[in-house]
Design a protein around this ligand. Structure first.
Ligand code: ZN
Length: 144
């Protein structure tokens, strides 16, 4: 399948059938992330057990890229340790900015790697990184 087509299908799928667009019970950390240039507005909730992210969800609204990206992000980080999730966020943002291009790093992003094309759409970069940036801020601020 051509990459552009794959990218569109993944974005569509996450918009039509988001897996993690829901409230979770007793979240340990909650943070709102806003991208005023597009109107994307999400509130991310995470549940932690020690160093491990055990559940996550988000609410809000925004463009297809922002919503698909946050849905994929939550899917990726559940079951991961905080430092692994922070590292993934760094990889994702590096990929979107076009700074990380080696396949091995990008493969670690699984489905979210489909958003690599956003690197060629400067206006959408903030949309794509919103969820990841919010998650990184939450985890880095936690327990300090
Ligand atoms: Zn947007």
């Amino acid at each position: 399948m051509e990459l552009k087509q794959l990218y569109r299908e993944i974005v569509n799928e996450h918009n039509l059938h988001p897996v993690h667009k829901k409230t979770i019970e007793n979240p340990d950390i909650v943070l709102r992330g806003v991208n005023p240039s597009c109107g994307d507005d999400i509130t991310l909730s995470l549940k932690l057990d020690g160093d491990v992210i055990t559940d996550g969800g988000y609410e809000g609204s925004g463009c297809a890229i922002s919503q698909a990206s946050v849905d994929m992000m939550v899917d990726q980080i559940i079951g991961k340790k905080k430092d692994e999730a922070i590292k993934l966020a760094g990889t994702f943002m590096g990929m979107i900015k076009g700074e990380i291009t080696d396949e091995e790093s990008i493969e670690a992003l699984d489905e979210a790697a489909a958003l690599q094309d956003v690197a060629h759409m400067p206006a959408r970069v903030k949309c794509a990184v919103l969820g990841w940036k919010t998650m990184q801020q939450m985890l880095e601020g936690e327990g300090e």
